[in-house]
Design a binder for this molecule. Structure first.
Ligand SMILES: Cc1cc2nc3c(=O)[nH]c(=O)nc-3n(C[C@H](O)[C@H](O)[C@H](O)COP(=O)(O)OP(=O)(O)OC[C@H]3O[C@@H](n4cnc5c(N)ncnc54)[C@H](O)[C@@H]3O)c2cc1C
Length: 564
């Protein structure tokens, strides 16, 4: 007789394994089969990308899945994201403008060795009763639309097996089994390519110079724990330490500026570094000699979207089988956390006998809207990466928005509360929609500013936590509120962001258009008036605001110029 499960998960990577844990932690009796085509345990270090976590995804791993102990014992603590910008003396790391936290961060994150993590989660979910099968390649899915069981066929040791299930979840990553079968592939207008490789051994960029003063900006060892980005026009190069005492290196670039053919083999990536990142070339290439180079992988045009996520007919997609955008701020695990949280709520309500049809639709729309709101953060922004002043302001803005709204909402379990979702998204003036609009306005402003800002800066250290507003947002991500109080708090955060937007705009507009530094502005009308059909800047209506003094002071910290 055919075996039956409540849930069959296609693919046991980060998304599939975390989903199985999330379901089992809440409902130990739910029966789950995870089918993973890899034959053996995951290799350490050289397994997958997705090694650096940020606050939202870390909250999911630590607090929702309760992996705190594992993470502290087996993975590295992370010291935030760190950026080194373009200058004319890239051979000297100490001369580049550096942006990153000096002191240990209140809300934690981790650097993950994906092999160690996936092996741990596979073992852990098996202990909780999940049937986790290696060497099981899914070859067919027959979906039922009549409420009957779906059928999943897989090959294992050359033998074809078939199982029945109430829910089928596609977490097969880029194989995207359901997306291809049901044809809901959706293009995403964000062209970026990547190459990455792992090197044996520890790489601490503190040792890339003898400059003691520079080294002492931070406690020894903290730079090593950061996700390091070296940036210039059209690209960034990452250095990520792994708990297995190895190091992950990668290039992500816009093909319009750095054609893929210039770095899509290891030999070419070495040449590419020689031209674009000469110090990284000098320090990293010797480590790749002999057996130092553990792997080398590439992906072309890897940002992708999806037309569907959750069906009332009890099928769903999560992880990269659905969407993926851009790794610049390490958001991959965040997207999985949000996606899985919507999905596990649906599966568990259905398990308890609730009709989930309405909810499935609301959750799908909400999750797609959240993703769509994230797109402008990255789209066309590789053009800005060679511009230090714009990138500093943008990075601070992007952190402020991320900590104040999505990360805070997630930590407060807001996404599975229908009343909260309604308040966030339903009306034109709802908080979530206003937030999306404000963010898009600012992302467009950064692009509009580019032709007017081109100075190259050197020898500066800038710490996000020198800005009270950023420190406050980060520290309070996990502060909990009852649903109604949460909405009040999010509205307050949005108001702070509106003030930040105006304070930023006033300085840019003073530089570009010579407007007064103290004008009132309606944040939703912000633009420099340089584009055809630009809306009129509202400086007079009751919606025009003046930022408070502390925000003005914080925004001044981002500025490298003297203000006129
Ligand atoms: C360049 C780059 C850098 C990134 N950096 C980060 C980062 O720093 N931080 C971060 O959080 N995220 C990052 N990400 C995103 C992260 O890699 C993904 O979000 C994550 O790996 C996706 O996990 P997944 O489980 O969806 O897919 P995967 O991890 O790919 O898992 C899918 C699984 O399905 C299995 N499978 C496929 N087909 C079948 C089949 N037919 N039958 C059975 N099994 C099958 C595969 O073997 C695989 O194990 C990055 C992504 C890229 C491209």
């Amino acid at each position: 007789m055919q075996k039956k499960y409540d849930v069959v998960i296609l693919g046991g990577g980060l998304a599939g394994l975390t989903l199985s844990l999330q379901l089992k932690k809440t409902q130990p009796n739910i029966s789950i089969l995870v089918l993973e085509r890899r034959e053996t345990e995951a290799p350490l270090a050289a397994h997958k990308v997705g090694e650096s976590t940020v606050e939202l995804g870390t909250h999911y791993l630590r607090e929702v899945l309760n992996l705190k102990e594992y993470l502290e014992e087996h993975e590295l603590p992370k010291h935030g994201l760190r950026f080194f910008f373009k200058n004319n003396t890239k051979e000297d790391i100490a001369s580049r403008v550096e942006l990153g936290p000096r002191l240990r961060l209140p809300v934690k994150s981790h650097q993950l060795d994906r092999g160690t993590l996936e092996n741990h989660m596979a073992k852990h979910t098996s202990e909780l009763g999940t049937n986790f099968l290696l060497g099981a390649k899914v070859v067919n899915v027959e979906l039922s639309t009549s409420g009957g069981l779906h059928k999943v066929t897989y090959l294992r040791h050359g033998i074809e097996e078939k199982v029945g299930c109430k829910w089928v979840v596609d977490s097969s990553g880029r194989a995207s089994i359901l997306k291809r079968k049901l044809q809901f592939i959706k293009p995403l207008d964000h062209a970026i390519n990547t190459a990455w490789w792992r090197l044996k051994g520890v790489i601490d960029i503190d040792t890339w110079t003898d400059n003691k003063e520079w080294q002492q900006h931070l406690e020894p060892g903290l730079r090593y724990l950061s996700t390091v980005h070296f940036l210039d026009k059209g690209y960034w190069l990452w250095v990520i330490p792994l708990g297995t005492k190895n190091t992950s290196i990668g290039i992500v670039a816009d093909p319009a500026i750095h054609p893929f053919e210039t770095f899509n083999t290891y030999e070419k990536a070495v040449e590419w570094m020689k031209i674009n990142e000469p110090l990284a070339h000098k320090m990293l290439v010797p480590l790749g000699e002999g057996d130092g180079l553990m792997d080398f992988r590439i992906l072309k045009h890897f940002a992708h979207h999806t037309g569907r996520l959750y069906s009332e007919d009890r099928w769903a997609v999560t992880g990269e089988a659905g969407f993926f955008l851009d790794p610049f701020y390490s958001p991959g695990t965040d997207l999985i956390s949000i996606n899985n949280t919507f999905l596990s709520d649906l599966i568990l309500r259905d398990y308890d006998g609730e009709d989930i049809s309405g909810r499935a639709n609301v959750y799908e729309q909400a999750c797609l809207t959240l993703f769509d709101n994230w797109v402008p953060v990255y789209q066309n922004k590789y053009n800005l990466m060679g511009n230090t002043q714009i990138m500093v302001v943008k990075i601070f803005w992007d952190w402020a928005t991320y900590w104040a709204i999505p990360a805070h909402l997630f930590a407060n379990k807001a996404f599975t509360n229908l009343k909260t979702l309604k308040a966030l998204f339903v009306s034109e003036n709802s908080l979530g929609r206003k937030f999306g609009k404000l963010n898009k306005t600012m992302q467009d402003l950064f692009l509009e500013w580019l032709p007017f800002e081109n100075k190259i800066f050197s020898n500066k250290y800038i710490d996000p936590f020198d800005l009270e507003v950023l420190r406050d947002f980060q520290e309070k991500i996990e502060e909990t509120y009852e649903p109604d109080a949460l909405l009040v708090h999010v509205a307050k955060n949005l108001n702070t962001l509106e003030q930040m937007a105006v304070a930023i705009f006033r300085i840019i507009s003073a530089e570009v258009n010579g407007t007064a530094l103290d004008i009132k502005v309606n944040p939703y009308t912000i633009n420099l008036g340089k584009k055809e059909g630009a809306i009129k800047l509202d400086t007079e209506s009751e919606n025009a605001i003046i930022p408070c003094e502390s925000i003005v002071k914080d925004v001044n910290v981002m500025w490298f110029y003297d203000k006129k």
